[in-house]
Ligand binder design. Structure first.
Ligand code: PMP
Length: 407
């Protein structure tokens, strides 16, 4: 942030009325000083900070932006619904339309329920699994992120041991550790919760092995427990039918959010008939869970993703970015690890345990107009054209030059 910049002045005002100046994953105090905290506007795959600097955005709002800001089909759908009404005494017709679309699109789904945030959806999945099994133990992978409430938040501040009493940990992609965790749960196993792929912060991403996914399904089926796929981050970027569909493994319950409505606030739980009755019994709700505008946005988003083959577009953009970054790194004598799906890039430098190369890379790329993240997975949208990727790569070249200066 520049001295006397609008961003700096806003940070100073924020510091006295917002704890720590900002909370959560969008607090830029975790990033270098080159990062702006405040933004003025966004369009397509670009964002402008409050000082008017424009960036090609490789974070996509941390996932929600999938078709591009102000995508026409989505904007038309929300304008139409906004004129009709948003938060009313009950949902609009669009709720049924969206639930039907989710059941038609998501392979394992016999039904759908809607919420607002990913945490609402993962937490509802766990509640439904416990209601449906009458059991308590929930298995989660060490280091996986499922949300920001006591049962799953990564910070233990304000969390009691009782909040975590029925969690058992296993290691992602490690069949033996999953089996041991199931064994430990004994006859009290309610659910195995697993992210679509391993996308923990500050480490290489890992796709699930077929053996791991199949074993997770076998073990939960054998125990009559729920297999829950947390598709909040990956959902709609890998496969519209659900991220584990290409593996041939269908969960009982899935949590979606982020990209489901192209940036409008919405989350969804989809489930199969095994858990329909449990989903009927649990009491899950929120003041804003029935808003029709976000639902209209979701219908338009999912149909557009389907009809425009947006996943193929994002994959092509991801391939172009990945090969361009590899070339730029080679040119500057650096070696990179790029892991996970190309549309959700994780770019880590070899020999960079303290992320100093990554920070130098990002700061220089920011100055040249591309917004990368040093240690979290990034996201591409269907609005990233070849030209946008090439502009990001130009900025990345300056970033690599800066990273190469770090001893
Ligand atoms: N699960 C996963 C895999 C996520 O990536 C996130 C958000 N980063 C969540 C759950 C929680 O979603 P939200 O922040 O919308 O509550």
């Amino acid at each position: 942030s520049l001295i006397n910049s609008k961003d700096q002045l806003l940070r100073e005002r924020a510091a006295s009325v917002i704890p720590g100046g900002m909370w959560g994953h969008m607090a830029t105090r975790y990033l270098g000083s080159a990062y702006p905290q405040f933004f003025e506007r966004a369009d397509g795959c670009r964002v402008w900070d409050v000082d008017g600097r424009e960036y090609i955005d490789l974070m996509c709002s941390w996932g929600p932006n999938i078709l591009g800001h102000h995508h026409q089909a989505v904007e038309q759908a929300i304008e139409r619904q906004r004129r009709l009404g948003d938060a009313m005494n009950g949902p609009g017709e669009v709720l049924v339309e969206l639930a039907e679309l989710l059941v038609e699109t998501v392979a394992h789904a016999d039904w759908a329920m809607l919420q607002k945030n990913g945490t609402d959806a993962t937490t509802a999945c766990v509640t439904i699994a416990r209601a449906g099994t009458g059991r308590r133990k929930v298995l989660v992978a060490r280091g996986s992120y499922h949300g920001a409430v006591p049962w799953c938040t990564p910070s233990l501040a304000g969390v009691t041991t009782e909040d975590r009493a029925h969690l058992i940990h296993f290691d992602y992609n490690d069949v033996a550790s999953l089996e041991a965790a199931v064994e430990q749960a004994g006859n009290d196993l309610a659910a195995v919760v697993v992210t679509a792929f391993r996308h923990d912060i500050a480490r290489d991403q890992e796709l699930p092995t077929a053996a791991f996914a199949k074993r997770a399904r076998e073990l939960t089926t054998a125990a009559d427990a729920a297999l829950i796929v947390d598709d909040v981050r990956a959902g709609f970027r890998i496969d519209l039918a659900g991220s584990w569909e290409p593996l041939g493994v269908r969960p009982d319950l899935s949590a979606f959010s982020k990209a489901i409505a192209n940036g409008y606030p919405l989350a969804a739980v989809t489930g199969n008939d095994r858990f329909r009755e449990a989903a009927t019994k649990v009491y899950v709700t929120g003041s804003f869970w029935y808003g029709a505008v976000s639902m209209a946005a979701a219908v338009a988003t999912i149909k557009t993703l389907r009809d425009t083959k947006a996943i193929a577009t994002m994959n092509a953009a991801g391939e172009r970015l990945r090969s361009g970054l590899d070339a730029a790194a080679r040119k500057h004598g650096l070696s990179l690890r790029q892991t996970g799906p190309v549309s959700m890039p994780m770019v880590l430098f070899d020999g960079d345990a303290e992320f100093q190369k990554a920070d130098a890379f990002c700061a220089a790329a920011l100055r040249e107009g591309a917004y990368f993240h040093p240690k979290h997975n990034m996201f591409l949208s269907a609005a990233h054209t070849d030209r946008d990727i090439d502009l990001a790569l130009q900025a990345a070249d300056a970033g690599m030059a800066a990273a190469a200066q770090v001893a």
